[in-house]
Design a binder for this molecule. Structure first.
Ligand SMILES: [Zn+2]
Length: 128
């Protein structure tokens, strides 16, 4: 890549993320650039304790990559980057946290909770 414009632009969006996920995001941005140097990240953020990356245009390879990164993010503490557990608070706030950053959180990876999320109204994230 001679022109790093789009790459730098995409990379710059890491400020929208909790610090613990920025290394993962940087890896994803590099992989995206390897697939399509013109691919543009519109937004990235933490949502329901998971890394989300939104692209301007659809590319199946890139979407697979992003799906994989989202899954991976649920094993990385979003605060410090250590091994984390996808968790939630009693009032339904999700985050992926390690033991050091888990105050107020309990692991959310329960089949019962997942089922409840499916049947409760107003739980869809309404974006994608
Ligand atoms: Zn942590």
């Amino acid at each position: 890549m001679t022109d790093g414009g789009r790459f730098d632009e995409n990379l710059g969006k890491e400020v929208e993320l909790p610090e613990g996920w920025r290394p993962l995001y940087r890896t994803v941005v590099q992989s995206i650039a390897d697939i399509d140097p013109n691919a543009m990240v519109i937004q990235t953020k933490e949502k329901f304790g998971e890394l989300r990356i939104y692209m301007k245009t659809f590319n199946e390879q890139i979407y697979d990559l992003i799906d994989e990164a989202s899954k991976q993010s649920k094993t990385i503490c979003q605060t410090c980057g250590s091994l984390g557990v996808w968790s939630k608070t009693a009032d339904g706030f999700y985050a992926t946290v390690c033991a050091d950053h888990s105050a107020g959180f309990a692991p959310a990876m329960s089949s019962v909770l997942r089922h409840m999320r499916l049947i409760l109204p107003n739980q869809s994230d309404g974006e994608v």
